[in-house]
Design a protein around this ligand. Structure first.
Ligand code: 3PY
Ligand code: MG
Length: 261
């Protein structure tokens, strides 16, 4: 089976960095993968993608050696099965708040006797290899999101669940669950640190969503390993807004019209 290079980085104690894909464009995904990110995660929780589109994007991402992942809309066994069968090499499961919920996610990612994933078909055999079923339980990544204040309190028990490979903090939902309405303060920073320490105690890598490359650097220094550097739409808008401002500045600076007519 094709090695899950993102999981290997995490296992080796190294950072694995990528970004979220919100826009359902096959060529966009191919372009992002050509850059060389360790992984790219389809954001099916907040993006707008059907299964067929997801499968097409997994093909585009995997063709360039980047590991295709998906953040699924909810912690659902059938959704996890279909997402993995379509070629995701792991799932990011939102809003996991208890050890039971973490176990449901981990079980859904694994074939028996380690879980409940149904042993059916899927396009994985063409890309991952015909021996996929022999190794998938080890290679597939199950990443649970800790993004509620209740989950922070239970971070250790959630991360201790067998089959949970890593956690990923959603700073925005965490803030809202703390009554901060998206803002970040000292309490928010302490909650994040607490999750990171729970990861160290249980031997599971922690990840976090970052708003900029600079934040990725800071979070790496802090000890986070699975790092999301914003999303495709945000990058596009940053570039487009900067270009638009520059063009308007040039227009405003025109001393006299240079046009005919
Ligand atoms: C959050 O910040 O809540 C997220 O889900 C980031 O991906
Ligand atoms: Mg969230």
């Amino acid at each position: 089976m094709r090695l899950n290079t993102a999981k290997k980085l995490l296992r080796d104690g190294k950072p694995a960095v990528g970004l979220w894909i919100n826009m359902p464009s096959v060529v966009g995904a191919e372009a992002l993968a050509s850059v060389g990110w360790d992984w790219l995660t389809l954001d099916v929780e907040h993006g707008c993608m059907d299964y067929e589109t997801q499968q097409n994007l997994f093909i585009a991402i995997g063709a360039n050696g980047t590991v295709p992942l998906a953040r699924i809309p909810e912690n659902d066994t059938a959704v996890i099965k279909r997402t993995l069968d379509a070629g995701a090499y792991g799932v990011v499961v939102p809003m996991v708040c208890t050890a039971e919920e973490a176990k449901r996610a981990a079980d859904a990612c694994r074939y028996p006797p380690h879980g409940v994933r149904s042993a059916g078909g899927g396009r994985w055999r063409y890309w991952a290899g015909t021996d996929y079923m022999d190794y998938a339980n080890d290679e597939i990544l199950c990443i649970v999101m800790i993004e509620h204040v209740d989950a922070v309190a239970r971070a250790e028990e959630i991360l201790a669940v067998e089959g949970v490979d890593a956690c990923f903090i959603g700073p925005s939902d965490l803030s809202w669950s703390m009554g901060l309405r998206g803002k970040r303060d000292e309490r928010h920073a302490e909650a994040i640190q607490r999750v990171l320490e729970a990861g160290k105690k249980t031997g599971k890598p922690a990840g976090i969503h970052c708003m900029s490359p600079e934040e990725v650097g800071q979070r790496m220094e802090q000890g986070f390993q699975f790092l999301a550097c914003q999303n495709d739409a945000a990058f596009m808008m940053t570039g487009v807004n900067a270009a638009f401002r520059a063009v308007n500045a040039a227009r405003a600076a025109l001393k006299q019209p240079v046009f005919a007519g």
